[in-house]
Write a protein that binds this ligand. Structure first.
Ligand code: FPP
Length: 236
């Protein structure tokens, strides 16, 4: 096994198209998509990845039809209540990033509960990006910094970093996006400054453990220079 990414982020795209292709309602695609996350969490545990961030619902997704939004919220609630024990047993720490103020009260409560119960999990941190947008996250961080009274000369990258929702987590090394779209769609904009990107045509509900392993192998073949020129002996 080569060098592993510490933090993998996934834009789980293509649920709607997967369902359309089968003549099913879009929400069925989300249901299958939610099932798929279990395999990828399992695969991350097997590999020993530290942090897995899943983009489950973006700030832009609030514009979708009410029925789809409420199904996604319901899915999340059911998923968390069903899986909480298993997360706990597997040593998974659960964490949510995004603007929680917009989430339904019941979802907020179950998230708080899951975060509290799993806070000692030390095998994998499972981050769910919910009501999340990278720009929105940066704006909220800046508001915090300004309202805490920092002077301009005190503003550093570390200060911004520690005011983001991802505070304390390592930067994302690898971002995977399914369904053939090749953009970041407001996902981990700050944290992904030097992330390697992996795009695949596979629709999220079909994304297998095998393809996840393949994406990791692909990452291992990349030469990461972080803007510098590195001698071959120092390649990461
Ligand atoms: C993008 O597909 C997917 C979403 C907006 C939702 C992703 C959510 C899940 C996989 C389920 C919940 C997650 C967890 C962690 C339990 P799309 O609807 O944009 O698909 P399309 O581009 O084909 O229309």
């Amino acid at each position: 096994m080569g060098r592993l990414p510490r933090h993998v982020g996934i834009i789980m795209d293509g649920n709607g198209r997967w369902a359309n292709l089968r003549g099913l309602p879009r929400v069925e695609g989300h249901r299958r998509g939610a099932e798929r996350t279990k395999d990828i969490i399992e695969a991350s545990l097997e590999l020993g990845i530290d942090v897995l961030t899943l983009y489950a619902f973006s700030v832009e997704n609030w514009q979708r039809p009410d029925e789809e939004v409420s199904t996604l919220m319901e899915l999340l609630k059911v998923y968390l209540s069903k899986e909480l024990f298993s997360l706990l047993n597997k040593g998974i720490r659960f964490r949510v990033i995004g603007d929680r103020s917009r989430l339904p009260q019941e979802v907020k409560e179950i998230i708080c509960e899951a975060e509290k119960y799993t806070e000692k999990g030390d095998r994998l941190t499972l981050v769910t990006a919910l009501s999340y947008g990278g720009r929105d996250e940066i704006v909220r961080a800046l508001k915090n910094i300004i309202s805490s009274g920092y002077k301009p000369e005190e503003v550093t990258e570390q200060l911004i970093d520690s005011n983001l929702d991802t505070s304390g987590l390592p930067p994302v090394d690898l971002i995977i996006r399914t369904s053939g779209e090749m953009r970041l769609s407001n996902f981990l904009l700050w944290q992904g400054a030097y992330a390697e990107l992996y795009f695949t045509e596979t629709l999220w509900p079909d994304f297998s453990k095998e393809e996840f392993f393949y994406a990791i192998q692909d990452f291992q073949r990349r030469e990461r220079r972080f803007g510098a020129i590195m001698p071959a002996s120092l390649k990461v």
